[in-house]
Design a protein around this ligand. Sequence first.
Ligand code: UD1
Length: 426
Amino acid sequence: MDVLRVVGGARLDGRVDVVGAKNSVLKLMAASLLAPGETTIGNLPAISDVTIMRQLLEGMGCGASESRVGAVDRVTIDVPDTLDPEAPYDLVRKIRGSICVLGPLIARTGRAKVALPGGDAIGTRPLDMHFAGLEKMGVEIHIEHGYVVADAPELRGASIWLDFPSVGATENIMTAAVLAKGTTVIDNAAREPEIVDLCRLLVSMGAQIEGIGTSTLSITGVEALHGTSHDAVPDRIVAGTWAMAAVATRGDITVRGAQAHHLEIALDKVVQAGGDVDVRADGFRVRMDDRPKSFDVVTLPYPGLATDLQPQAIAALSVAEGTAMITENLFEARFMFCDEIARMGADVRTDGHHAVVRGREKLSGAPVRATDIRAGVGLVIAGLVADGVTEVAEIHHIDRGYVRFEEQLRALGADVTRVESSTFGS
Ligand code: UD1
């Protein structure tokens, strides 16, 4: 059990590169199932979730090979004519995002057996909207022995209204609809850049989709799709993490390979905190010279501020001047992070889906546990602005979504090392 040992006091200064988004790449890889033959996904992040998704696809009969062109990693997935439409629990439980194989499997094989992912440290994550949408398209869904078992004798287009713009539900309905008979209209669809990225992949495979980037998607099914090659959209959450790290540490970070317009609200928060934001064609630079000022946070579906940036924002706010109100509208249990950062002396109180953060001059290093990916990096940022040493345990969460995180921090001047657990034992 490795931990990250973070010595407080560094001002992060330098350049970092951002590659493809975890939350897009996993869906792009799953969507490759829709076409027999080869599909290549570029701008691939070297993270453990990609390895697990690859194993999941291999278990269904696909070949997968990774290669590097210049500095860019790619995976080529070779999809057979006949797929084994089963996603087993031992892999699905490791990445909840693997539920995104449901739509492609139903579309390709008329059936699917996908393990239910189970609980998640950021809160209950029901699948009712996924199921209701697919059922409207003629899919029969049953839960049997911990698996979602789906049968679609005939997949047909339908009008679907989502109660909430769920990313996962939009993706599963969309990937089923591309091969359905007729037109599917998804109203109140999610509009995240990762959804747009998936739409673009599907279109380059031969799908017919209108309304890309809006909350009404209209998808007309085609007979068959073909393999393609596509580079994943840059990871806006990783880019936003570096922005919040610059704010917290009063640093100067240039983020390359990112798209600043995917982070408008987050970068506006940096400005509210007193930072300088310089937007460039291939990314942005955040510079923070003084102690940050507090700013309020309300998480919402895109284009609102991403819930996946909330813990990193709280880490910055914990050392800001003033009091901040945080409203978490997506995943209530995300505030588990607050109990951990409170161990470092942060003044954070939660009540339901609100938190109040009263900024302190400094935090105090302590052993803490990452409860999910974003909480993990939030605690590392907190460790950088704490006196003494912070040991962040359960860092397998960080490895799920951040490429060589500690190496990048070291390149920015931080004293962060991966060590075998000393405090937590085995
Ligand atoms: C995805 C992201 C996650 C991000 C989230 C919101 C991946 C792998 N994960 O998760 O990092 O935090 O989007 O941007 O891409 N809901 C229901 N019923 C459903 C589906 C969702 O009630 O059938 C609720 C959820 O509990 C949550 C909200 O809708 O409160 C949004 O969830 P959703 O957008 O579906 O998130 P995910 O796709 O699971």
